[in-house]
Ligand binder design. Structure first.
Ligand SMILES: [Cu+2]
Length: 185
């Protein structure tokens, strides 16, 4: 009967609406190079992100045996211990201790021209906290490290302020040009 159709359509519509809310995947990317550098020092993840898809792109040319990089996310207090454990694990294990619960997320080890991606849930992160990401290849951590901030409204405000440095509307009593003019007089 035709009467059944609207009900089915309604159920399907509800199911479709419900799906995106379960997986709000936020994508971030980091580049690493032959000079042992990440191009990011700070990654900000909004609290609305249920999952993070992080892509590490090695933009250099050196092979993984010579200049391999990875991206490892841990609590700040765990950095040194995980780095040592990673060194002991060796390159065959991406310089990461196997099954170590202190590692929140980690990518594979990649060489020049390679890209790797890791997807992780933010369920293990606490809003307002900062975490450390680093490369666990021996000798790289001191240079290759940064901060990941999860869902802090105050840091988001800072990010907005930094990205919109154009003068605020309405309050144009002292535009920047007169300073230069004043130097000439
Ligand atoms: Cu590295």
């Amino acid at each position: 009967m035709n009467r059944a159709c609207p009900a089915i359509i309604g159920i399907l519509a509800l199911a479709a609406m419900a799906m995106p809310a379960h997986a709000d995947v936020c994508r971030v990317s980091v580049e690493a190079n032959d000079l042992m550098q990440f191009n990011q020092k700070k990654l900000e993840i909004g609290s609305g992100c249920s999952d993070v898809e992080l892509t590490l792109h090695h933009v250099g040319k050196q092979p993984a045996q010579v200049m391999g990089h990875n991206w490892v996310l841990v609590r700040n207090a765990d950095v040194a211990a995980v780095a040592i454990a990673g060194q002991n694990a060796g390159r065959s294990h991406n310089y990461q201790p196997q099954g170590d619960k202190r590692i929140i997320a980690a990518t594979a080890l990649v060489g020049g021209g390679e890209t790797t991606t890791v997807m992780f849930s933010t369920a293990s992160l606490r809003a307002g906290n900062t975490y450390t990401f680093f490369c666990s290849t021996p000798g790289h951590r001191s240079v290759m490290h940064g901060v990941l901030v999860f869902g802090d409204s105050s840091t988001r405000e800072v990010a907005v302020r930094e990205s919109s440095e154009s003068p605020a509307r309405g309050n144009t009593a002292s535009p920047p040009t007169p300073i230069v003019a004043a130097e000439h007089t």
